[in-house]
Structures are given as structure tokens and as C-alpha cells.
Design a protein around this ligand. Structure first.
Ligand code: CA
Length: 228
């Protein structure tokens, strides 16, 4: 079954380049020059992943990402942000609003395909796993891609779910930022360790009372402490 990828990019030549690269890697693609038409198509058919440009004529890519994350149906849809901007602040902002990865323009076709495959693989792995809990009321249901806190769904991104899964599965074990990045990205590891801090900060905010179980060990990394 061919995977479908939506490409939202107003610069026609870049959109075409992305589409050609992904098609030659075996993906089915649909290109949208603005966010509105993509949202319209989304009502009909949901893709496996979205490659989303940060600068669009009708809506900021960050806004598109937030809107998807807030929706019930598409909150787990893998998103790769495409950005012309190279500074770390913008990239971190992209991850901050729930993008699963980003690619700076100009990019290499091979890198694009590798990132897409990596994000899809992570998404599939998460779908095959089971349930983990932090008593009394936090349940990480990885089959359904859900984190329930006292019965209510916490709005975690795919990346946040994976970090939480990693930490909870080995109580007390301290993971360095680099080890967390290895787990998240494998060989397609992104370069900035600061992104781990951003994900953990967002994750802890969403965990509410359970945030205290996820602890920062100064100079070392992060761990799940079952008896905080
Ligand atoms: Ca653009």
C-alpha cells in the first residue's frame, strides 16, 4: 500500500522538487499551494504524513501545525516542517508547536526521504506497542497513540509520546539528551540537543501533576522516577 504525503508549499518549484523526490522513493503525493485547500482535502482523505512549509500565503505553518494538533482527528498526524530559516529559534519553535521533525531549505533529496521514512517508522513503531502506566492515573496507550491522565486525553505529540514511553519503560534509568535523540531519530539524528529540552518542557506541562515523575538530572539527562 502506497503511503500518501501532503505537501503544503506555495513556491511551485520547491513543491515540485519535494513531490518528485518523494514519488521516486515510492510515495504518493498531493501538493497544496496554501493551507486552506489542504484543510479542505483533509476532510476527504487523511495522508500518512504532511510536509509543511513554514511560510504560506494564507496561514503561518506554525498556525497550521497548532490547528492540526488541536483537532481530534489529526492530532497525531506526522508533520515535517519545511523552513527557509536556518536559525535554531525557528526550528525549536516548530518542534514546540508539535512538528515531528524539520528540514531546512535548501535540502538534499536523500535527506528529505530519510527524514520522511524515519518519522513514518517512528509512527508505526509507536502504533505497535502496548500500554504503560504511572500509578494511579496515567496510562500511555501506544496502540491508540494516547496518553490518558485520570481518564482524560492529554494532547501529546508523537515525539512527546515516544520520549515518555522511553523514560517510563526503564524506571530510574537516566537517559542523556544524546541517548534520547538516538532513540527518537536513530541514524537520522538531529543535531541540536536543546530540542530534547523543548520536548520535555512541553511534555511536563501537559502531564500536570505527573510532571514531577519526569526529572532532570543536572549535567546528565532525564529519567522517570517512580517514587518522586
Ligand atoms: Ca513558502
Amino acid at each position: 500500500m502506497q503511503k500518501l504525503i501532503y505537501i503544503v508549499e506555495d513556491e511551485a518549484d520547491i513543491a515540485e522538487l519535494v513531490a518528485i523526490r518523494l514519488q521516486s522513493a515510492g510515495f504518493d503525493t498531493r501538493v497544496f499551494a496554501e493551507a486552506a485547500s489542504m484543510f479542505h482535502a483533509l476532510e476527504e482523505l487523511s495522508p500518512d504524513l504532511i510536509v509543511l512549509d513554514l511560510m504560506l500565503p494564507d496561514m503561518d505553518g506554525v498556525e497550521v501545525c497548532q490547528r492540526l494538533r488541536r483537532s481530534d482527528q489529526h492530532s497525531r498526524l506526522p508533520i515535517i516542517m519545511l523552513t527557509a530559516r536556518v536559525d535554531v529559534a525557528d526550528r525549536v519553535r516548530g518542534l514546540d508547536v508539535g512538528a515531528d521533525d524539520y528540514i531546512g531549505k535548501p535540502f538534499e533529496g536523500r535527506e528529505l526521504v530519510a527524514r520522511v521514512n524515519s518519522v513514518l517508522r517512528r509512527s508505526a513503531e509507536d502504533n505497535s506497542a502496548s500500554r504503560l502506566t504511572i500509578p494511579p492515573g496515567l496510562v500511555l496507550d501506544l496502540t491508540r497513540h494516547e496518553c490518558l491522565i485520570d481518564g482524560a486525553r492529554a494532547d501529546l505529540t508523537l515525539t512527546e509520546l515516544r520520549i515518555l514511553k522511553l523514560l517510563i519503560s526503564k524506571p530510574g534509568k537516566v537517559y542523556s539528551r544524546s541517548a534520547i535523540l538516538d532513540h527518537l531519530w536513530g541514524t537520522d539524528k538531529i543535531v541540536i540537543e536543546r530540542s530534547v529540552d523543548v520536548h520535555i518542557k512541553n511534555l511536563r506541562e501537559k502531564l500536570g501533576a505527573y510532571a514531577r515523575y519526569i526529572q532532570n538530572i543536572r549535567g546528565m539527562g532525564y529519567k522517570y522516577e517512580p517514587r518522586p
